[in-house]
Structures are given as structure tokens and as C-alpha cells.
Design a protein around this ligand. Structure first.
Ligand code: WT7
Length: 629
């Protein structure tokens, strides 16, 4: 295992100082802990106005040599991936670094034998089984750019992502288990591939054994792998070569394919993983996210493996077979660091605490939270009942775009404060801005922005650098603008207050309202729609859709049911609005812009906080919406 960790406040403070005074020397020293085929010539070149960011320029490496080969000398038998299946009666798998290395090499050879090469985009649409992590690493091994699409997305969403990146190959499975449900992944993929002319091969893993249809481009994984041997030299990559694309929703219809590159991403995910969770050799670390999201990329796969950790991968859901599954798995595998989302905590908090107490959680040392602000009640429940008040809680703020955790405490090293993500990591220069882009000092509330690049910042949006510039670098020139608001206390601790744009975080998933509106508008009887978030006690936020029908319908319920299905089919079940309200109009300004601020207040039932509605073009619709809520 490599060790990049600050074990006390003093060394953390020294690091912060150093990173502030000389970021390049600071990151260069950290990067020197990794295996490079060629050392970089220049640590950093950047210009936030252009925008352009490059780290470790001229350096050559392969991230999988750092995640796998390097550990073979020191800890070949250490468990790399500990797999816990959906069904508790199926045996867990302990995959050692040696085995993982050999399985990744075989899959890499299988990809090559089926035509994949460096720079190709490969879409991965798979359940949470070890082969998913192996597929990701196999792409990285041969320098192909992986684009993992969460296995809960619909055929239309999958097709849009495959086409955006012109993927030449798809890796999928017959089906996937999630709780008592089976997702027909192959059927969904078949539907998607009808619209994806660039895909010339689809490799199918057998997981559930369900009946599927078979097409000319399909190849069975278990057949193709038979011919593949386990020797596969790593492709040598430039530091700034793309490692992967991962889509995140934005405030316009099209998802944004965030591009992460090899060198900086490796350095930052490994460094942040070890420091935030204070990982020690032999610890069992469990992040409950899905590899379909950035949390899974950075903190199930790359960060933990780069330092030689044991990372637990869970196929199931927290409620199956019962609401104590998380605690049962923690006890069974003696988990030391447990990283989950506030939405899961809030869902589990609703069930009797006896479900927690019946399991021996004494192995736990660190708890983590990610994805949205954690409210005080959930924070204390987590602290009292799961951590028994002896485990530090790291509330980690970051994004798909940031690649790694930017604001957090370091477990047991820096002070925690309930509901606060606390302090920026060493090397991360966070600031608060007012609406005009002036930096605020001291205790304030404002717009969160970052002043200087860190190694794992996304470098562009695939195929649309202009949009990258517009979304992240134009609102406040000279800064990276994440889209969140924040409060800062006198000690400099940050509390994230939520999105300041049209993105809603539902159960920890970042959903753009625009794509959902586009889906609703596809319905033949919908002329216009507006979707906003409202506070929800389990999901954090839920969606409220206001829809205007072309013709009034006798039966709103049927229309609403059709709209829910439409959203599920276009984007995925997670995007289905909790509430759909049929209205005759939407509150608009005189220039025709929908007043989302008013819709948000209406959806939240905060009728006394609507402000002045008399300037609206159509104030009467506000009354109508109130009456019919
Ligand atoms: C948005 C990014 C980071 C991986 C999971 C989500 C919100 C994330 C926190 C936190 C408050 C948080 C922000 C951010 N968010 N972590 N600890 N406290 N808010 O990644 O889908 O790219 O979403 O999630 O609003 O901008 P994502």
C-alpha cells in the first residue's frame, strides 16, 4: 500500500500551507508516489478564461498499473474487491489483487480480440457485479475510453449517451438483480442499439440466466473470455489522454459527457480517498454507490485500488431482504469505513432502530456521506445509531465534474460540524462570491466557486467545449462555478445550501429539470411543462411537474399515469415526478420566462413567501395552482 495520509492536524495544516503557497510543488510531490513510465515535464498549465486545464504534462502512465501491477509485488493476496451479492444466500467473493490483475488482463484481451483499441469509446451498461469493475479497468488497460451508463437508465437515455460519444462497443448483461426485482438489461440494450449505428459489437455477461433475444453483433462474455489469456501489457497513456466519459444532467436537454483524464484523476482520487477516510492497510472499506455514478468510479474503483485498499462492492439495495441489509453486511464483513448517501440514511432512519442494533457494528471506524446536504436529524441518527458516537462522519462535497472530493473533513484529523462539509481539501481554493462575482470574506452566504484547478477537474464536455465554458467558467469569469450555494462560518467551514441553477438533487441523483420537461412535452396532449424540486423528507428533494394540456381532459389521472411512464421510458424511473399537476398556465414574466422561483414556492406549499406576483403576465394562474394543489 502507498501512504499519502496526514495522520494529524499539524501535518494537515502544513500541507494546506504548502499547497496554498506553491500548488505545483505540492501536487508534484504527491504525484511522485505513483508509477510513471515517464515523469511529467510541466506540472500545470491552465487558463480559466479559455478555459483549459492540463496537469502533469508530458507524463506517461497507465492507471491500471498503479491500481493493479504495482500491488502484485507487495500484496498479491490482499483482497482487492470484496463482492457481496444481492441475494444474501449467494456466497460473497474475495478477489485478490493477483486475481483481479489476471481477470482485468483477460477482459482487456477479450476487448482487443473484438476490435477495441486505444481511444475508442466503450459503453458499459452493467449491474453491480465484479465484472463491471473489471470492465472499467480493462478499458483503461488498453486505453479505450469507458462511458459507464447507470443500469437504471432507459433505452432512450442509453442510446443518447452511446451516440453522443460514438461508442463502438457495448458491454452489458442479460439482466441485473436489485432487491426483489430483475432489470432486463439486454432487452433495454437491444432497444437502444436499434438507434446506435456506431456500435459494432456487444458483449453480454450472463448474470441472471433469463431468456433474451440474440442479435448478429452479440457475443457471450463467457465464450469470448475463454480464448483470452491473462497477459496484457498496459497501453502507455499520456497524462492528459482521456480516461473516461461520464454523463451528468445539465439545465438544458442534453446530458453533459464530462471527460476525465489519466494522470490528474489518478493522483487526486488516490490522495483524497486515503486522507478523507484515513484508510489503513487491511481495512475493509465500503462505498454503497453504484459504479454508474462518479462516486463509484472514484471511490469504489480507482481511488481505493490505486492505494491498494480492499473495496467492497454491493450488488443489492438497502431494503432487501430487509431494511437492515447495510448493517448486516457491515457486521458480516467487519467493515471499517462506510460511505453512503443522506437519502439512504433518511430512508433507514424511518425503520425501528432495533434493525441497526441487532448487528455488531463495532468494526466501524469512519462514516461518510455524499450526494446532497445532510440534514441535522439524519446526521445525528447516523452518528448515534450507526457510529455509536465514536466514528467521525465525513460529509464530502464534490461533483461528477470535480472527479474527487473537494470539501470535507478528514476523519478524526480535522474537526467535524454537523450539516457542514467543513473545509476545502489541501490544494483546493474555495471562495464565496456575491451575485456580481465579488469575493466575500468571513462569515457569509454566497455562491460557491473554486479559484485554482485541482488535478481531477473535468477537462471538457465530450464534443462540446463551448458548453463546458458556458456552464462552468462564464458566470463568474476566472473561477470554476459548480452551481451550488454555500454558507461559511467564522472558522471557514462550508455548509452547502443546495443548487443555485435548475438542477434538482433527488435521492442523491443530479437531475436536470430541462430533460424531464422535454420528455413531458413529447406527450401529444402537453403544450408546456415546468419541473421544480420541493423538499422531501426521504429523498431530500422530489420533483413537482406542472403541465399544461392542449385540450382539457376528462380524466387527469390517466394523463398523469401516461406522463409518468413517458418520463420513465425517456430518462429512467428515477426521474419520474412525485407530483404532476395539470394547470391551465404557468406563471410567466412579461418577457415570457417561466418564474421558477414562484413554482418552487408553490410546490413547497410556501404560499406566504411568493413575493410580489403582480408583475407577472398572468397572476391569476398562481391562484389557480394554489386552489388545485
Ligand atoms: C451535486 C453534484 C459527488 C458525487 C455524487 C453526486 C450535491 C454532493 C454534497 C454534499 C451537499 C452535495 C451538490 C453538487 N452534493 N455532495 N456533501 N453536501 N451537497 O454527484 O451527481 O455530480 O451531483 O450534488 O449540489 O453540486 P453529482
Amino acid at each position: 500500500m502507498i501512504d499519502l495520509t496526514y495522520r494529524n492536524l499539524e501535518s494537515y495544516n502544513q500541507a494546506k500551507e504548502k499547497a496554498k503557497n506553491n500548488p505545483e510543488a505540492f501536487w508534484s510531490e504527491i504525484a511522485a508516489n505513483f508509477h510513471w513510465h515517464k515523469k511529467w515535464d510541466t506540472v500545470l498549465e491552465y487558463n480559466f478564461h479559455k478555459p483549459e486545464v492540463k496537469w502533469f504534462i508530458g507524463g506517461q502512465l497507465n492507471i491500471t498499473e498503479n491500481c493493479l501491477d504495482r500491488h502484485l509485488e507487495t500484496q498479491p493476496d490482499q483482497t482487492a474487491i470484496l463482492f457481496e451479492p444481492n441475494n444474501p444466500s449467494e456466497a460473497a467473493q474475495h478477489i485478490s489483487y493477483k486475481d483481479l490483475h489476471s481477470r482485468v488482463c483477460r477482459v482487456a484481451n477479450m476487448l482487443k480480440a473484438n476490435g477495441a483499441k486505444k481511444g475508442d469509446r466503450i459503453c458499459i451498461y452493467m449491474p453491480m457485479v465484479p465484472e463491471l469493475a473489471i470492465a472499467v479497468l480493462a478499458c483503461a488497460r488498453i486505453g479505450a475510453i469507458h462511458s459507464v451508463v447507470f443500469a437504471g437508465f432507459s433505452a432512450a437515455a442509453l442510446a443518447a449517451r452511446i451516440n453522443d460519444a460514438s461508442c463502438s462497443m457495448l458491454l452489458t448483461a442479460d439482466g441485473g438483480y436489485r432487491g426483489d426485482k430483475v432489470t432486463p438489461l439486454k432487452d433495454i440494450a437491444d432497444e437502444a442499439l436499434k438507434k446506435c449505428p456506431t456500435v459494432n459489437c456487444s458483449i453480454v455477461l450472463k448474470r441472471t440466466g433469463q431468456a433474451i433475444s440474440w442479435n448478429t453483433k452479440d457475443v457471450w462474455w463467457h465464450e469470448a473470455i475463454e480464448k483470452a489469456d491473462d497477459h496484457c501489457p498496459a497501453e502507455i497513456m499520456d497524462s492528459e489522454d482521456p480516461l473516461f466519459i461520464l454523463y451528468t444532467s445539465g439545465s438544458t436537454g442534453k446530458p453533459k459527457g464530462m471527460v476525465h483524464t489519466c494522470g490528474g484523476y489518478m493522483v487526486y482520487t488516490a490522495y483524497s480517498f486515503q486522507n478523507v477516510f484515513q484508510y489503513n492497510k487491511g481495512d475493509i472499506y465500503w462505498c454503497t454507490a453504484d459504479i454508474g455514478w462518479i462516486t463509484g468510479h472514484s471511490y469504489i474503483v480507482y481511488g481505493p485500488l490505486a492505494v491498494g485498499a480492499t473495496t467492497l462492492m454491493f450488488e443489492g439495495v438497502p431494503s432487501y431482504p430487509d431494511f437492515d441489509r447495510f448493517w448486516e453486511v457491515c457486521a458480516k464483513h467487519k467493515v471499517n469505513q462506510f460511505y453512503t448517501a443522506p437519502t439512504a440514511i433518511r430512508a433507514l432512519e424511518k425503520h425501528p432502530v432495533a434493525l441497526v442494533n441487532k448487528h455488531d457494528l463495532s468494526s466501524l471506524k469512519v462514516l461518510g456521506s455524499v450526494g446532497e446536504p445532510i440534514n441535522a436529524e439524519a446526521w445525528h441518527w447516523y452518528d448515534d445509531h450507526v457510529g455509536k458516537n465514536k466514528c467521525p462522519i465525513v460529509d464530502t462535497w464534490w461533483q461528477t465534474e470535480t472527479g474527487g472530493i473537494l470539501i470535507t473533513s478528514l476523519a478524526g484529523v480535522t474537526p467535524q460540524k454537523p450539516t457542514y462539509a467543513t473545509l476545502p481539501m489541501p490544494g483546493v481554493q474555495a471562495v464565496l462570491l456575491d451575485n456580481d462575482g465579488n469575493e466575500l470574506s468571513g462569515e457569509q452566504e454566497g455562491i460557491l466557486a473554486i479559484k485554482h484547478p485541482w488535478p481531477s477537474i473535468a477537462r471538457t464536455i465530450w464534443g462540446d467545449h463551448e458548453r463546458y465554458k458556458n456552464v462552468y467558467f462564464s458566470a463568474y469569469p476566472g473561477y470554476y462555478f459548480p452551481g451550488d450555494g454555500a454558507l461559511r462560518d467564522t472558522e471557514g467551514n462550508y455548509r452547502i445550501t443546495g443548487r443555485v441553477d435548475d438542477v434538482v438533487i433527488v435521492s442523491g441523483h443530479n437531475l436536470g429539470t430541462a430533460p424531464i420537461e422535454n420528455a413531458l412535452d413529447e406527450h401529444e396532449n402537453i403544450v408546456e411543462s415546468a419541473v421544480v424540486g420541493f423538499p422531501h423528507d426521504i429523498k431530500g428533494n422530489a420533483l413537482h411537474a406542472f403541465v399544461i394540456p392542449r385540450e382539457p381532459v376528462a380524466d387527469n389521472e390517466t394523463l398523469i399515469a401516461e406522463l409518468r411512464t413517458l418520463v420513465a421510458n425517456t430518462i429512467g424511473p428515477i426521474a419520474k415526478p412525485d407530483r404532476i399537476q395539470v394547470v391551465s398556465g404557468l406563471p410567466k414574466t412579461r418577457s415570457g420566462k417561466i418564474m421558477r422561483r414562484i413554482l418552487r414556492k408553490l410546490a413547497a406549499g410556501e404560499y406566504d413567501q411568493l413575493g410580489d406576483v403582480s408583475t407577472l403576465l398572468n397572476p391569476e394562474v398562481v391562484e389557480e395552482i394554489k386552489r388545485n394543489s
